[in-house]
Design a protein around this ligand. Structure first.
Ligand SMILES: Nc1ncnc2c1ncn2[C@@H]1O[C@H](COP(=O)(O)OP(=O)(O)OP(=O)(O)O)[C@@H](O)[C@H]1O
Ligand SMILES: CC(=O)N[C@H]1[C@@H]2OC[C@@H](O2)[C@@H](O)[C@@H]1O[C@H](C)C(=O)O
Length: 377
């Protein structure tokens, strides 16, 4: 499906705030975007509010136990409330930073605590956020896709496609967050997507385990290590790499990887995990070879990883800033964009992006707590 030819534009642009709490569990990204759900008229500003260590640890604990947690678990509800309150603060700070413009809608992704075949679960209390901000909130973006038979992820591809419109193709947008995912726009304007494998999460966990640091800052540790080819081949033998796209991952999908490299030094382990992320991306089967790879997400700040990619990919590898985009805000912008698509009833996913049988709308609207006089939607 070609986004710009099959959808009809006449719809007023809306100002949407997108909120994304990514798999790295580092904080919430918030971004303002003006869009009709097809075209993007304006970006920014954006910001990130980090989670304090207690919330991060609470989320990590819930993520590890999510498969067996009841929805009314006390620790879960406490973490969700704390998470929602940081999201509220992010909205307030962003509105102030933008000079308090009119906002039409919030797109709340929430924090994924479980993503398995047939079930995807994001926490974040949409009613509480709506009441605290006096704004309508679109949330639960992934369930409709999963219920229709899709993977429920990635959902950024239609946003990437909207941004790539008019740029030379074939081109790919590569998001390297905790998990990595890519969107390919083919020469004919079709969109294909999938998660590719680990992003930074394994490397973060490795560094934390060995050094107490949250990540391999600027790839300094990996740069001094050697890639262990045998261990890398073992990591690449994971079932995920045998499946064709579209396909998606949970943050914990590669939980055994750190045990597989446990005997390596911290430097060689970091080098091997960095190569693992790059190798998984390079081996993703695509119908066309991108001329350009535009990289967003925290991984683009890691020069050792960017070099590992450039060595393996035949097209150019550049941060999305080359195109004038903000690679730290893109996912948050995406959920503002998708909130507007949801309001319009437009698809959020396609067979080529999540494997869903047909283009599928999604997201749920809550106006919990908004005074009726203030309800514009
Ligand atoms: N200067 C840097 N050097 C190395 N790594 C970095 C640097 N800056 C950020 N990162 C990496 O980027 C990660 C955060 O990336 P990002 O914010 O894109 O993740 P996310 O949005 O939580 O993930 P996802 O896209 O999977 O939801 C950090 O955990 C760290 O590993
Ligand atoms: C289930 C879930 O939350 N997946 C995230 C995660 O982080 C990156 C990758 O895995 C991607 O599939 C997705 O996020 C982006 C925003 C997406 O849906 O496109």
């Amino acid at each position: 499906m070609t986004l710009h030819t099959q959808e009809t534009p006449p719809f007023p642009p809306l100002a949407a705030i997108g909120l994304m709490s990514g798999t790295s569990l580092d904080g919430v990204d918030a971004a303002l975007i003006t869009t009709d759900g097809i075209r993007v008229f304006d970006h920014g500003p954006s910001l990130t509010l980090p989670y304090d260590p207690a919330l991060r640890a609470g989320l990590r604990d819930i993520l590890d136990r999510a498969a067996h947690l009841p929805e009314n678990d006390a620790a879960l509800l406490a973490a969700e409330q704390a998470l929602t309150d940081v999201h509220t603060q992010a909205v307030q700070a962003l509105r102030a930073k933008a000079g308090n413009p009119r906002i039409d809608v919030i797109g709340l992704h929430g924090q994924t605590i479980l993503h398995a075949p047939g079930r995807t679960w994001q926490i974040g209390n949409a009613s509480r956020l709506s009441a605290a901000t006096d704004l309508p909130v679109i949330h639960d973006f992934r369930t409709a896709d999963v219920q229709a038979g899709g993977e429920g992820a990635p959902l950024a591809p239609l946003y990437h496609a909207a941004l790539l419109h008019g740029h030379p193709t074939p081109a790919a947008v590569l998001n390297i967050g905790g998990v990595a995912n890519l969107t390919l726009m083919t020469a004919s304007g079709s969109v294909l997507a999938c998660d590719t494998g680990p992003g930074n999460a394994l490397l973060d966990d490795w560094m934390f385990r060995h050094t107490g640091q949250p990540c391999d800052r600027n790839g300094a540790c990996a740069r001094t290590g050697q890639v262990d080819a045998t261990r890398l081949a073992l990591l690449m033998a994971h079932d995920f790499f045998q499946k064709p796209p579209p396909k998606s991952l949970d943050r914990l999908s590669f939980h055994q990887a750190l045990e597989q490299i446990a005997s390596l030094s911290v430097e060689d382990g970091a080098a091997t995990l960095t190569a693992f992320t790059a190798e998984a991306i390079a081996r993703t089967p695509l119908p066309e070879t991108p001329l350009h790879w535009f990289v967003c997400g925290g991984g683009r700040h890691n020069p050792t990883l960017m070099q590992a990619l450039a060595e393996r990919l035949s097209g150019t590898v550049q941060p999305v800033e080359t195109l004038g985009w903000d690679g730290d805000a893109l996912e948050a912008e995406c959920f503002g964009f998708l909130a507007v698509r949801s309001l319009r009833g437009l698809p959020l996913s396609l067979p080529e992006t999540t494997g869903v049988p047909q283009p599928t709308p999604g997201g749920k609207l809550t106006c919990g707590g908004i005074a009726p006089a203030n309800r514009r939607l």
